[in-house]
Design a protein around this ligand. Structure first.
Ligand SMILES: NC(=O)c1ccc[n+]([C@@H]2O[C@H](COP(=O)([O-])OP(=O)(O)OC[C@H]3O[C@@H](n4cnc5c(N)ncnc54)[C@H](OP(=O)(O)O)[C@@H]3O)[C@@H](O)[C@H]2O)c1
Length: 337
């Protein structure tokens, strides 16, 4: 029987662990890159994934483990840390999301991997002035990026496109919206948001608008991209445009917890975010409420997944199902991993 071997980076992450499970379910053999064997075993133990310990800081150390793999799914990124408060994240953003991502692809090709499915972000997409949903061709310049993280994704995509063109390595890129879903062990900002909601720690909402998507649907899109995606193509994966108030209404429906009613003005929320970052910097604690996160949430970027639906045949589940399953997973896994 013919078995496809996949190498998955970021296997302990929200997207990565959902992808590993899906690939195994579909009959793939999976080598799963993780920084910590203990964490990977807690999250993926018993799934049949072959855990490879390695760090994106040192690609060459784990690169030989890609030998014999047919496809590389790259989900690892300097991401959670980049939103975790006020310090200079740029050196790591440049290193992990740009330089070492290209190095990873070089090494994958050197070890015979035939195809790469890369994870960018819809943060790399420009908001249209005509009010329509942005498409893959609406690319932001790195100088226009709303956050350093977005800038690293834009520069990463550019460096990858140049490398793929030069080397003829087939690379297909997915650009997810804000991902929610079960398996958010760390947790990411969405898991923290749902936890804060369930624990009644959200004080109010502010005028906002952003796209959300289920990490399981992004995983399915990456699988579809491996068989149906075209080399060099980019696919936005975004399911619903929502505001914080709308997320609150759906969360109320699925958790029974009353949503916060207070409405906070935009200048006030920026001031609160600045203060929250300052307090976090002074106390050495993390905060979910940062100036960068407010900028993204208030950006009202609306992106279209029409191309992915058309070319990859993806389906995106209802917001209610995503939030119900996210809340349920967080309730059953109270300490994360
Ligand atoms: N979550 C979103 O809303 C969102 C939206 C758009 C795009 N994206 C992109 O989607 C991808 C997956 O994000 P996610 O939500 O799954 O984030 P996540 O839960 O934070 O997962 C990130 C994964 O990358 C791993 N990682 C980080 N630094 C690494 C390093 N130096 N070496 C090896 N592994 C490293 C993490 O390992 P540890 O477990 O050891 O930390 C984790 O497995 C990322 O490329 C992100 O930029 C995310």
């Amino acid at each position: 029987m013919f078995v496809i071997r996949a190498f998955v980076t970021g296997s302990t992450g929200l997207l990565g662990n959902n992808l590993v499970r899906l690939l195994l379910q579909e009959g793939f053999e999976v080598r799963a890159l993780a920084r910590s064997r203990n964490k990977a075993e807690a999250i993926l133990g018993g799934t049949g994934a072959d855990i490879v310990v390695g760090d994106m800081n040192d690609i060459d150390a784990f690169a030989p483990a890609m030998k014999g793999c047919d496809v590389l799914f790259h989900t690892a990124a300097y991401f959670r840390e980049a939103f975790a408060g006020r310090s200079n994240h740029w050196p790591m953003l440049q290193r992990i999301n740009v330089d070492n991502t290209v190095r990873l692809f070089e090494q994958a090709q050197r070890h015979g991997v035939g195809k790469v499915i890369h994870t960018s972000s819809n943060a790399a997409i420009r908001k249209r002035s005509d009010g329509k949903a942005s498409e893959e061709s609406d690319v932001l310049l790195s100088s226009e990026a709303p956050t350093p993280y977005a800038r690293s994704k834009i520069l990463g995509d550019k460096a990858i496109a140049e490398y793929a063109h030069k080397s003829q390595l087939p690379v297909t890129t997915v650009l997810p919206a804000w991902m929610f879903g079960p398996g958010d062990a760390a947790p990411t900002s969405s898991g923290k948001f749902v936890l804060d909601y369930m624990n009644r720690r959200l004080q109010g909402v502010f005028d906002s608008g952003f796209d959300v998507v289920d990490a399981r649907d992004v995983a399915a899109a990456m699988l579809a991209a491996a068989s149906r995606g075209k080399a060099g193509e980019r696919y936005i994966i975004a399911a619903h445009h929502a505001s914080l108030a709308e997320l609150g209404q759906t969360l109320k429906l699925v958790t029974g917890v009353e949503e916060p009613k207070r409405s906070v003005s935009r200048p006030m929320i920026y001031a609160v975010a600045w203060l929250s970052e300052t307090m976090a910097a002074l106390s050495g604690k993390e905060t979910n409420l940062t100036v960068d996160s407010v900028r993204v949430l208030t950006g009202k970027l609306r992106t279209s997944s029409d191309k992915a639906k058309r070319e990859l045949g993806i389906q995106l589940r209802p917001l209610e199902e995503t939030l119900r399953d996210t809340a349920e997973w967080l309730r059953l896994n109270p300490l994360g991993v």
